[in-house]
Design a protein around this ligand. Sequence first.
Ligand code: SAM
Length: 212
Amino acid sequence: MRLRHIRGAEEAIAASPYVIREPASHCGAFRELFGNHNPIRIEVGMGKGRFIMEMAALHPEINYIGIERYSSVLLRALQKREQLELPNIYFMCIDAKELAEVFAPGEVDRIYLNFSDPWPKDRHARRRLTSPDFMKVYDKVLRPDGLVEFKTDNQDLFTYSLEAIPEAGWKIDAFTRDLHHNEEMAQGNVMTEYEMKFSEQGNPICKLIASR
Ligand code: SAM
């Protein structure tokens, strides 16, 4: 995602009723924030939030939290969010590294990673959101039967993830390198912004589902 600092982004985020301020203060109590006991699903690196807002509209019985570390990007999601009447979605402006300080053990029901930055250089492998370091963080916050769902069009990142995720002690339950032509895995698929862009360019979309 190209980054340009937008003046006033931090202030708009701080003032928005849709952004969770001081997220760690809700640790273990996110259900109170939503006012129900529905499962909580998060997208890490949601960008402009197309996917998670559509998921929230389609699944009112689920609570969603979109996580994005850059305020300028989150601001774009907020502009869209303001036009929707959805009681089941909030955003957080944090780095994925902080997830275990924000959520209690097992508080999260599912984690979506969509078109995560590939960090192609070997020396940056630990920054990839499917690296064993990040899988350890997800292990802390995800309920025991919870799932990580990952989509990308980047073949190298996908191949890396198919190896790195089991290295961290997880199982790959299912995967495809052509999601849009895999009837079973494409069922109920909601496209992300990047997925629309890359599939229009003819890139096949890869998806995997991981559990412990
Ligand atoms: N998920 C969206 C999609 O599929 O259209 C956006 C994909 S974009 C390539 C990746 C996003 O993840 C960027 O907005 C980036 O800022 C965010 N991101 C990358 N690393 C992150 C991290 N460690 N914590 C939170 N967000 C992160």
